[in-house]
Design a protein around this ligand. Structure first.
Ligand code: SAH
Length: 225
């Protein structure tokens, strides 16, 4: 097999690999394909196949994170961290308080790809097209449990341990934008059967809420053994 372009450059110039080094190729099928470098030239790296082994990093839990678009690079940061934490699908969405003009699924896909490589995953989480809040609500029925993280839920609302029982195969986590969810959105979620869930006494930044929420769900579902 020959690798060209960015992959060649990454191996030769960034990682400074040499003939005889082994590399892992992941065609996104959950397996690691181990190759050995046999030659370099200006346009390509030549690799010989050695063996195929199951990749040990994938969680059994299918976690889908629904994340409201954030300003600047914050959505990419969320995608990077959710990928490291084992999310299998990421759905960016717009809502009443998201800032317009930040739709950019391509950049988010690149962030998921880079993070998967860095943390050794063999499956890159799927990053969907940008959806709306009502699309998000209508998808939640497809999960065993859904955590609708609402900053106003402390005191009266549910706790994450009330919603996740640990036997789920598919879980959804919904995180709002910097400005939080509007009253109409909270009502719509509740009407559909998703009461707001608190992530504790303090208001977290959206990216902190996404990271912390995903980590707690992984723990509650037995993924941090
Ligand atoms: N501007 C809002 C906070 C929004 S925080 C305010 O001041 O009230 C952004 C998102 O992170 C929220 O929509 C929610 O999904 C999540 N979040 C942050 N802190 C939370 C908490 N303590 N409990 C539940 N969700 C939280």
């Amino acid at each position: 097999m020959k690798l060209t372009g960015d992959e060649r450059r990454h191996l030769a110039e960034v990682l400074r690999s040499r003939v005889g080094d082994r590399v892992i190729i992941c065609p996104n099928d959950g397996k690691d394909y181990i190759y050995e470098i046999t030659a370099f030239d200006k346009t390509a790296v030549t690799l010989d196949f050695v063996e195929c082994v199951p990749n040990p990093t994938e969680p059994d839990l299918f976690l889908c994170a629904y994340i409201a678009l954030l300003k600047g690079d914050k959505t990419e940061l969320e995608v990077q961290k959710l990928t490291e934490l084992g999310a299998r699908r990421i759905v960016p969405f717009t809502s009443d308080r998201t800032v317009k003009g930040s739709e950019k699924s391509e950049r988010l896909r690149r962030a998921a790809h880079e993070a998967s490589k860095q943390c050794g995953r063999a499956i890159i989480p799927e990053v969907s097209e940008v959806k709306t809040f009502s699309d998000v609500i209508s998808e939640l029925g497809g999960y065993d449990s859904a955590v609708f993280a609402y900053e106003g839920a402390y005191g009266s609302g549910k706790r994450i341990g009330d919603v996740i029982n640990g036997t789920e195969k598919r879980v959804a986590l919904v995180i709002g934008p910097e400005g939080g969810f509007s009253e109409e959105e909270v009502n719509a979620a509740e009407k559909a059967g998703y009461e707001g869930v608190t992530l504790g006494k303090r208001i977290l930044r959206a990216e902190t809420a996404a990271i912390a929420g995903a980590a707690v769900i992984m723990q509650l579902c037995g993924e941090w053994k």
